[in-house]
Design a protein around this ligand. Structure first.
Ligand code: ZN
Length: 129
């Protein structure tokens, strides 16, 4: 997320507050017209759209050199199968290690623990083992 985008959203929110007044926003019924309400909602939509864009950008993760939206990988799209031992798991514990080391907890204990550098450098055990 670039700083400009963040600033823009903050400015936009501030502008909306200024435009409609703090009181109006807190108590819309008091000085609200349909037209004003419509415009206000549109402005709010613009802000949330901007925010969503930012989140999307922030959520992008690099996978094999491609930027992939994190939503595609989590939670439903993420592989539940350990690429090392092919175990299928829904456990939180495995999830955590799968995210961090691309293997299940069992494999972490067996292959990664105390040898993290080797693992991170790309070493993997032979499939037969
Ligand atoms: Zn495994």
């Amino acid at each position: 997320m670039s700083k400009d985008d963040t600033d823009y959203v903050v400015k936009l929110e501030r502008a909306i507050k200024k435009k409609y007044g703090q009181e109006t926003i807190q108590n819309p019924k008091s000085s609200w017209s349909d037209e004003k309400e419509q415009k206000y909602l549109e402005d709010l939509k613009e802000v949330s759209r901007r925010k969503a864009q930012q989140n999307e950008k922030a959520e992008k993760v690099e996978t094999d050199g491609f930027l992939v939206s994190k939503q595609l990988l989590t939670p439903r799209g993420r592989s539940r199968v350990c690429p090392v031992c092919s175990v299928y798991s829904f456990e939180m514990k495995d999830d955590l290690y799968m995210n961090k080391f691309e293997c299940c907890f069992q494999c972490y204990v067996k292959w990664v623990e105390d040898r993290e550098e080797r693992w991170i450098s790309g070493w993997r055990p032979d499939k037969e083992e």
